[in-house]
Design a protein around this ligand. Structure first.
Ligand code: F3S
Length: 398
């Protein structure tokens, strides 16, 4: 890969350890993927924040970088393993909290905004159309590429950090226009009637398209919240973090409809639910907010919970960014939600919090949430917000 004089100097260690290490990571990646050079990025989003996933080796790696590493561009963080302010309320072990705080301290020292959310685009890290960024959370990467029309590969934690320290990323993959053309037509013939149907659609499209870029037709109306859950699901069950939706996503008019075609019918959506859902009647955990709940979703939760109480056998979390929670506090939604016995889980989520062994079953609106909960050995139920709230109130799935 071609390096400028400045980049050569950085690689030779003339700007310190973190910069040298970062250049090593970026040049290795560039060489593997055949990048000709590095390009500037406007923002970075770093995943790999939970101590649950990092362990002591990860913490040590971050501490080394934090000694002299400072980010050069706007950099935000993915969810951590706990609510940074209210972890006791979520039943987090104090030893885990101590280590998680050390991880956050390292990121903070690097100049990263401790936003701890997978929806950075809702709280101010919002790229422009066509802008190059280096993001790592898969649902956010898919949202940035598809819904916003920015350009990013799906970075790993270390390569995102390296991009933040250098302000650049190797010019390959989805940064190149020629790699962004759709190659499979997905015609939606199913009727989507509830929010979780978008997760089911993501399951169908991801599973069938796999490494191809879908061009979806037949969608006449959708919302940002539906698109964000679709993004999370499609990339979880498939692999390419980019799709086009005719007349909905910004770059869709640039391309012709691909010849290869799949059709998603009502029966496919039904089969997706059958595959995502397990057999269980009882629910001991409900989690809404995967990806992190927007203020609009929080308002809907407050509206549906108003005056009701969650079963004493059920733990119920609303996972969201701290910024969205602060808006919720101001609008009075927090009080309504907490009065019902529901807990806010800011800065964290059902996949990265240390939940293994704590709950047997989970109800959620999110297909991605179900996928990761199965890794945590839980039985899963995906349904509408109303169905999840009813499950929280009765402790049963009906
Ligand atoms: Fe976000 Fe966690 Fe879901 S990172 S997309 S809430 S699994």
């Amino acid at each position: 890969m071609f390096l400028t004089k400045d980049e050569e100097r950085m690689l030779n260690g003339e700007e310190g350890y973190a910069i040298k290490k970062s250049m090593e990571i970026l040049t290795a990646l560039g060489d593997i993927f055949g990048a000709e050079r590095l390009i500037e990025v406007e923002s970075v989003q770093v995943a790999g924040v939970s101590y649950h996933n990092l362990g002591d080796a990860g913490l040590e790696f971050l501490n080394e970088l934090a000694k002299d590493g400072k980010v050069k561009v706007l950099t935000t963080l993915n969810p951590a393993g706990m609510d940074l302010e209210n972890w006791q309320n979520l039943g987090i072990d104090p030893e885990f909290a101590k280590k998680q705080n050390m991880v956050i301290e390292a990121f903070n020292k690097m100049g990263i905004i401790v936003s701890c959310t997978c929806t950075p685009y809702l709280i101010g890290n919002l790229p422009r159309y066509g802008e190059h960024v280096a993001w790592s959370e898969s649902s956010a990467v898919t949202f940035a590429n598809s819904v916003i029309g920015a350009k990013t590969n799906r970075e790993g934690g270390p390569s995102a950090l390296a991009a933040a320290f250098i302000g650049k990323t190797p010019f390959y993959g989805l940064h190149l226009e020629e790699n962004r053309a759709p190659d499979i037509h997905v015609e939606l013939k199913a009727k989507l009637t509830k929010f979780s149907d978008w997760g089911a659609l993501g399951y169908c499209v991801g599973n069938q398209a796999q490494n191809k870029i879908p061009y979806i037709t037949g969608v006449t109306n959708t919302s940002i919240d539906e698109l964000k859950t679709f993004c999370a699901s499609m990339v979880t069950f498939g692999s390419k973090p980019l799709f086009y939706m005719k007349d909905i996503t910004p770059a869709s008019e640039k391309y012709k409809t691909p010849k290869e075609k799949i059709i998603v019918k009502d029966n496919d959506i039904k089969k997706a639910y059958a595959s995502i859902n397990d057999e269980t009647e009882y629910i001991d955990f409900v989690c809404i907010g995967c990806p992190h709940a927007s203020i609009k979703e929080i308002a809907q939760i407050a509206n549906l919970l108003n005056g009701r109480k969650i079963s004493s056998n059920t733990e119920f979390w609303v996972a969201t960014s701290r910024a969205a929670k602060q808006l919720s506090d101001k609008r009075g939604y927090t009080q309504i939600i907490e009065n019902a016995g529901v807990k806010f889980a800011c800065d964290t989520c059902m996949a990265v919090a240390p939940l293994k062994g704590r709950f047997r079953t989970v109800a959620t609106t999110s297909a991605k949430g179900c996928y990761y909960s199965r890794h945590n050995k839980m039985l899963t139920k995906m349904g509408s917000l109303e169905e999840c709230i009813n499950a929280g109130v009765s402790g049963k799935w009906s």
